[in-house]
Design a protein around this ligand. Structure first.
Ligand code: TYM
Length: 340
């Protein structure tokens, strides 16, 4: 975890008096167990302690999903997933990023105080470039929209996996820069004049990078992922295809995934007893995974029976978020000269 000193006396407070937690996931397909252990589980565990605002990053998804019905379905599905993992829709504000369109306005303002060389340092951009991918402007500008997602709520804490750490640092830099330019003298800003807080990133080290079936970071784009709501048959196929070496010892790729579901004292015994018996160990992992995933999947099936209820939650919360961020956006417009 990175700590930061928060700037005091911001005019924005929450009605609950709780600190604000913000995070989101792209609706680019089914979430996987890397998303779950790296981020989603944290949302559930922290939901009561914070004023928790969890969104579906549908605008960010557009950088890669360019099929209207596919995106709409994936967005609705992710809202259902959020409720299925245990986010309480009465306590947590689950909303769609695009239902708070002011993030694009704020993102634009951030664009104007950010340089191209700065954004070229982003890992996500560098990766895309290294792979010789055709990079759309959305991909390049991604961190600024993400900074807006976080800063529009004046978030205190942002739980994410390690791959998003740099993006949260960009949000902190951007908050600082905005404060300095528009609420300070260009060089610095008195704490009492600061508009934006600097958000803390929250990363749990043991699950900061969950490995996929090939041992690399689990990611949809590497096609090494295990969808969180997989059927038993899908799980079987995926677990049995976890890459193992042939030296007959402890299959680390199996073990590292198994750690997510069982404590290590238990696992050490199991793996010592079954040294070199890859099939038995994979079957043990499969059994533990099914025991964990099946109840989640069944809960999800129930929630999915009433999609309109979920649509209503999204619509209600989108309106709520516009209302709650209105005061801050007013200050942004005033500071930047957009109000005459
Ligand atoms: P996304 O959709 O790629 O991933 C969602 C969350 O899952 C985490 N994650 C992982 N954690 C551990 N191990 C893995 N293998 C793994 N793969 C993914 C990610 O770190 C993330 O926390 N840019 C974000 C979405 C976003 C956002 C935001 C997040 C947009 N605006 C504002 C926080 C705050 C993204 O693409 O996440």
């Amino acid at each position: 975890m990175i700590s930061s000193q928060h700037m005091s006396n911001t005019p924005i407070t929450t009605t609950t008096g709780k600190k604000v937690l913000v995070s989101g996931i792209k609706s680019t397909g089914r979430p996987h167990i890397g998303n779950y252990f790296g981020a989603m589980k944290q949302y559930v565990e922290m939901q009561h302690e914070y004023d928790t605002r969890i969104f579906i990053a549908d605008l960010h998804s557009l950088t890669s999903v360019q099929n209207g019905s596919e995106l709409a379905q994936a967005t609705l599905d992710l809202a259902i997933d959020y409720i299925a993992i245990g986010l309480d829709p009465e306590k947590v504000t689950i909303f769609k990023q695009s239902d708070l369109p002011e993030v694009t306005e704020l993102g634009w303002i951030f664009n104007c105080i950010t340089t191209m060389p700065y954004l070229m340092r982003a890992h996500s951009f560098k990766d895309a470039e290294a792979k010789n991918k055709e990079i759309n402007v959305g991909v390049f500008d991604y961190p600024m929209l993400m900074a807006a997602d976080i800063l529009i709520h004046n978030a205190d804490i942002v739980p994410v996996g390690k791959d998003q750490k740099q993006h949260v640092e960009f949000a902190r830099d951007t908050a600082e820069k905005f404060n300095r330019i528009f609420r300070g003298d260009g060089k610095s800003c008195e704490p009492e004049n600061a508009l934006f807080k600097l958000p803390d990133v929250h990363i749990i080290e043991s699950v900061e990078t969950v490995p996929g079936i090939d041992g690399q970071k689990m990611s949809k784009s590497y096609n090494n992922h295990i969808p969180l709501f997989s059927t038993d048959e899908e799980l079987k196929k995926l677990v049995m295809s976890i890459v193992t070496d042939s030296n007959g010892g402890k299959p680390m790729n199996v073990y590292n995934m198994h750690k997510l579901f069982r404590d290590e004292t238990y696992l050490e015994k199991l793996y010592t007893k079954n040294e070199g018996k890859y099939k038995i160990l994979k079957e043990a992992l499969l059994e533990d995974m099914i025991a964990f995933i099946k109840p989640l999947r069944e809960k999800r099936e129930q929630i999915a029976k009433d999609p309109d209820k979920v649509r209503n939650i999204l619509a209600r919360n989108g309106a709520l978020m516009r209302e709650k961020t209105h005061a801050l956006m007013y200050e942004v417009r005033k500071a930047t000269g957009l109000i005459v």
